[in-house]
Design a protein around this ligand. Structure first.
Ligand SMILES: *[C@@H]1O[C@H](CO)[C@@H](O)[C@H](O)[C@H]1NC(C)=O
Ligand SMILES: *[C@@H]1O[C@H](CO)[C@@H](O)[C@H](O)[C@H]1NC(C)=O
Length: 340
């Protein structure tokens, strides 16, 4: 057990004696445990339940406020309801903003005809939602997502690619497996390695292992990558032009973890403290009448049970909310010719 977790356990252990568990939630607790197949060790259940109750109350309060028009999105209890702050951190600190460097820049192009909404899932560019579990490899999931899209664009075949290949093998490019990484380093690895294995040939293990790359199972090549300037207008153009794009966002507000439906907006979401790599797959708006219903459609790697079947809508054209445009990039699998 890691030290912080142990400490949290100790502290919680102390309050359990004077426990203030709410019996009103007994049935809900049992159902939730069953749904997510939770099994606890000795003395664990009580403090897990306290964490869960705290989260449940936060979610219920938020949803009451939502019903009174105070928020643009709902929250929902999910599999993460009993997690400690330290466990959250394991899952979330997958993007290392300090290492991210901007190199080849996608040029703003006024000539491109941009649709008012786009969803690359409908065009076959996106594989089903994956789950990183408690390994901070969101950078790898974000990178495979963008590369799966670009390979589909090139070959017309949608093939799921291996995050484990990146987790195990891209250390010399600067990535750190489950301790975090950068999507551009993952693209750099595929360039240098001249390939990336398929998901089925090199499945995810939720931890780092020895590099087992096998060129016979490679299904992708990368020739370079493009960074997108910190500008939501250019991000929209790049997305419409290229396909799904790797982005990093801030997921530290607790509202993010329990996002349910609607357009995510939390005033505490930072546009500079990015901690999580995700995949931008579209944009749109919910109403023609109102200007503040514009959203980015984002694919997460926390399973299909989180958010809207694994996806989230994040407020768009709202001062770069959560940093959606702060570290956006995509790989190139063939020469890029922008038709103007
Ligand atoms: C990647 O490039 C190498 C070298 O050009 C080539 O042999 C290989 O077939 C390519 N792989 C894919 C999946 O396109
Ligand atoms: C933002 O953070 C502050 C300080 O942690 C907190 O008091 C406030 O409730 C948060 N706002 C929202 C909307 O969560």
């Amino acid at each position: 057990m890691n030290f912080l977790l142990f400490l949290a356990f100790l502290c919680l252990g102390l309050v359990v004696g004077s426990s203030k568990l709410d019996p009103r939630f007994n049935v809900q607790w049992i159902e939730w445990k069953e749904l997510y197949q939770k099994q606890y060790g000795m003395n664990e259940e009580e403090w897990r339940r306290e964490l869960w109750e705290t989260n449940l109350k936060m979610i219920e309060l938020h949803n009451e406020e939502y019903n009174r028009g105070k928020h643009s999105f709902t929250m929902a209890m999910n599999a993460f309801g009993d997690m400690t702050t330290e466990e959250f951190r394991l899952m979330m600190n997958g993007f290392q903003i300090k290492k991210h460097r901007v190199e080849n820049i996608f040029q703003d192009s006024d000539f491109i005809n941009i649709p008012s909404s786009i969803d690359w899932r409908e065009r076959g560019y996106v594989v089903p939602v994956k789950h990183q579990f408690s390994c901070g490899a969101s950078w790898a999931f974000s990178a495979t997502g963008a590369l799966e899209g670009q390979m589909f664009r090139k070959t017309g075949q949608l093939i799921s690619l291996s995050e484990q290949n990146l987790v195990d093998c891209s250390w010399s490019e600067g990535n750190e497996g489950c301790n975090g990484g950068v999507m551009n380093f993952a693209f750099q690895y595929v360039i240098e390695n001249k390939g990336l294995d398929t998901e089925t040939s090199y499945p995810y293990e939720e931890g780092k292992g020895p590099c087992k790359y096998n060129p016979q199972h490679s299904a992708a090549n990368v020739s370079g990558y493009m960074d997108i300037p910190k500008d939501e207008k250019i991000l929209k153009e790049a997305l419409a032009y290229a396909g799904p794009i790797s982005v990093a966002i801030d997921t530290s507000p607790p509202t993010f973890l329990f996002y349910g439906t609607g357009i995510y907006f939390d005033p505490n979401c930072s546009s500079t403290d990015l901690d999580h790599g995700v995949l931008l797959v579209g944009y749109g708006f919910e109403s023609e009448e109102s200007d503040n219903t514009k959203y980015w459609l984002v694919k997460n790697s926390w399973g299909e049970e989180w958010g809207m079947h694994g996806y989230i809508k994040i407020a768009r054209d709202w001062s770069n909310h959560c940093g959606i445009a702060s570290a956006a990039s995509f790989p190139l699998c063939e020469p890029m010719n922008i038709d103007k």
